[in-house]
Design a protein around this ligand. Sequence first.
Ligand SMILES: [Zn+2]
Length: 263
Amino acid sequence: MLENLLRVLRDSVQKFSQLVLKSGGLFCYNDGKISRGERMNFLKEIFGAIVYFLFPPRCPVCREIVDERYQLCKTCAEKILRLNFYSEPPAPIEKVLRVTRYREGLQPLLHKLKFDNNLNVLPALKKILADVANREEMLKLLNGADFAVPVPLHTERLKERGFNQTEKIFEEFLEKKNIPLKKILIRRVATPKLYKFGRAERQKILSGVFSAVEVIDLRGKKVLIVDDIFTTGTTVSECAKVLKSLGAEKISVLALASDFGEK
Ligand SMILES: [Zn+2]
């Protein structure tokens, strides 16, 4: 901790001394002819150095000082990141890839997003996805995907929250991967919050809850379902059944957080 604070102090001294030198170059040896662009850039740099000094980048989970804004610290990254495939994907899903652990991982951040409507946690979640974007497992999962479908919220929940957190988390990532995000599923029934129910109860509650917004021909299509949290897999499996009934050839799932395989 102290070591990191010292580093911020050292970096700041370095940045400010560079800026002082630069200001000498700009204002004294330039015949007073400083372009507007140069002046703006210089001001931006000063502002950036002040922000860095006052608010150094911190790990979004434990608040330790890190090198880059929104980056996980080394300890949190080791504890939280778990890019791996689920050994028992629920039918008719072929592959499920998670990015992080949930309970020992992103739970506090996802709670802020979902229950406090706090969008400030989004950049950190997006950074996690961006950092694993080219990992072998991710490339394997995304290979050949025609489009992605977010797990939908019921309109009541959507109104209450103001946004679908899954769309917010994944939209930028998918755009960079050139995978269109298509909201072709709807949640017809408002279901209770599912975290307190087991697999069998979830199945009963969720059966027939999802449907397609319109009759679409998905024959031959490879569809990627995205979800924020993968728990028992019942939700995505119900979504997959609808996609399958429309002809989808292959269905995979990308979940930001899950505890599958954890003790
Ligand atoms: Zn941390």
